[in-house]
Design a protein around this ligand. Sequence first.
Ligand code: NAP
Length: 321
Amino acid sequence: MKAIQVDGDSLVWADVAAAECTAGTVRIRVHASAINRADLLQRAGGYPPPPGASPIMGLECAGEVIEVGEGVQRCKIGDPVCALLAGGGYAEEVVVPAGQVLPIPRGLTAVQAAALPEVFATAYLNLYMEGALQTAETVIVHAGASGVGTASIQLLKQSNNPVFVTVGSTEKLQTCIALGAAAGAVRHDGSFADAARHWAGETGVGVILDPVGGLYLTDNLNLLGLGGRLVLIGLMGGAVTEINLALLMGKRARVVGSTLRARPISEKAAVMDQLLHKVWPALESGAIKPVIEAEYPIQQVAEAHRLMASNNTVGKIILTL
Ligand SMILES: NC(=O)c1ccc[n+]([C@@H]2O[C@H](COP(=O)([O-])OP(=O)(O)OC[C@H]3O[C@@H](n4cnc5c(N)ncnc54)[C@H](OP(=O)(O)O)[C@@H]3O)[C@@H](O)[C@H]2O)c1
């Protein structure tokens, strides 16, 4: 099969050996894949795949089942599916544990479905499972116009949790508000903290979903309410900073670090089951929509990476095969 290979600074569409479809796994012919921020890091050598995962980039895909391993009940050859991957999505075929595979929601194309697994799994896991979000609690989502951000806003609209976002431009803020955000701040206009405090009031917020890390830590802790949870999912603003532990103790707050890719298959399957039951119906009714900035043929993946690195995107960038 062909797959995208990293060759120095170049990304090359080249022949590679296909993986074996072992017990409990499914082979998918990939019709569309999608880019994630982590792919840029992996390409630069800063985010190696977990042990046993494909060295090929690509954390999600949509396509058609072409082989099922022993014991797989969840799907059969010919099913249109999408999947959460630990790697291997930038390829003609991928082999994935069956628990990470879901049907393409009725009414959606493979291109639309490829925009779903990684960002909806990340948003669902970290808001509702790690963040233990409660009814009517308020939320701050940083990088609100990102793939994860646009998924989060839509989930929070469905669960009636008001959300404040931070973004890079007023146009992005308008898009987030159209998706369901209540308010937000443009990060290049100075600290978001005053606007967020004004919005949240003295009680503070219940959950903050943060891919920025060090740069925002103090403001985030100041904005949490009593018993609030800060869920850290990225370090775009640095990994090392000072922390005022008195803020944490006084608020009985929690800081949770979370990654999805390296989790055991059973934990990923549990998240995918939640998506199937809680999110797929909203995708099928049109209440939640995949948010797609651009589509590129997979051979033009380098251009797609450049677009993501520019930060001039809202939602997902798709690779088509
Ligand atoms: N832990 C996990 O399991 C997990 C899983 C998936 C994703 N993530 C993380 O979630 C984040 C979003 O991923 P994605 O694939 O959805 O990304 P994306 O669509 O590429 O969006 C990332 C956005 O973050 C903003 N940004 C960039 N640099 C920033 C900085 N230094 N400070 C603040 N904001 C910055 C930019 O938007 P603006 O210019 O509009 O602010 C950029 O468009 C990434 O950090 C990713 O690593 C974590």
